[in-house]
Design a protein around this ligand. Sequence first.
Ligand code: UDP
Length: 438
Amino acid sequence: MGGHTTIPGPLGKRPRWYWRPWLLPLLTLGASLLPRIIDFSMAGALLILLAPLLLFRALIAKLRAGRVFAATERVGRFQMPFRQLAFADDAPGRNLAVLLNVFRGDMAFAGPRALSLEEAAAVPADQGIRFSLRPGVFSPYALRSKVGIAYEGEADLDREFYYTETAAGNLGLVVRTGVSGLLAGDAARPMPDHLDFFGIAIANTTMGEAIDWIVRRIRDDRPATIAFVNPDCLNIAYTNPEYREVLNQVERVLPDGIGIRFGCRILGFGLRANVNGTDMFPRLCERCADEKLSLFLLGARPGVARQAAENMLQRYPDLKIAGTRDGYFAPDAEAEVIETINRSGADILLVAFGVPKQELWLWKHRSRLKPRIAMGVGGLFDFYSGRIPRAPLWLREIGLEWSWRLLQEPGRMWRRYIIGNPLFLYRVWRQKIGKLVI
Ligand code: UDP
């Protein structure tokens, strides 16, 4: 073994230096200081690099508002109050002046959102973990809210951040926020309860409210059909009067995908959330398990709906799946399919035949179908059965789920996205200037 002495430890032999008493405390200190060192040096470097711009901004603020900075009281790490800086003539928030807060150590680049005094006072004790981190200029919750996919509560996302933070992850968050900013923009726009696209009223709502609505309709015994629409659906509705008529008649139309957000932007409105079927499905299953409501899954290739049901049952063992059936049956089997659904006693029927087939089918048979809630869900069972993998979260965070679907099935999807998305935006623009003929 030469001159190298080793001492057996619980995990095998380790070199002698490992046991030096100062090493572990030093490593611990280093690890806990590392994020701060990175933030400090990044903020410092940016302040130096951007100095001319910052000085110019300061001058403009002074001329316009009479002072350089405006400060907002925020609650920081260990619940210590601090003043978040912004140039006085600009909106608070992500303003270059905040670099000074990061440099000073009030804030980090990535972390939980900085809270106002009132918000901080309302944080329950069991969510206090967020206060052991510096508030972030960029936060996971803010990112997902902006793109409309913050379906988990802020507390959950903060906790997840606390346990999983890494330097690379933080950099990713900053980059994704930047990219999503280009794509989604900030929503300080009016948010009406309904959005009109091509004469179709879409509910401007959140995931939580949409699921409450479903449960309420079942409890009140008031049947309803729900449709999700993305730009492709609205393009189809524009040229297909039958489908458009159905969308006008169903009890609820919900906004699916980043394209609707862009459309809203053109019209000058804000979209509360991206309430698409794919993100709703697991949350609906969870809620149905709690409320003892059952689901019937109809559609997709043979075996796919059943596999999706099995996967959901693994996740929510209390869930009741009343039945499943594939979506490739002959017209003369229709009566039998409807009979099977009705006999299953399902409260909610999900139909995946693709747009507009599923909506037309549901509308045609609505008086014969017993489930209180019926909705068209497109490719949803393909995702949850694992047949087609869904876009990774980071792509969804920057509003690019559609590009993933395009890569998965380019032959089928290129028309929908490459032609459909710009066409949709063009039509929305025509609607805005009052020139769209419907
Ligand atoms: N489908 C079906 N019966 C049909 C045609 C299609 O069950 O007659 C299924 C198909 O297998 C797929 C879904 O309907 O699972 C449509 O998926 P798509 O991705 O086209 O949905 P969309 O994007 O239109 O919502």
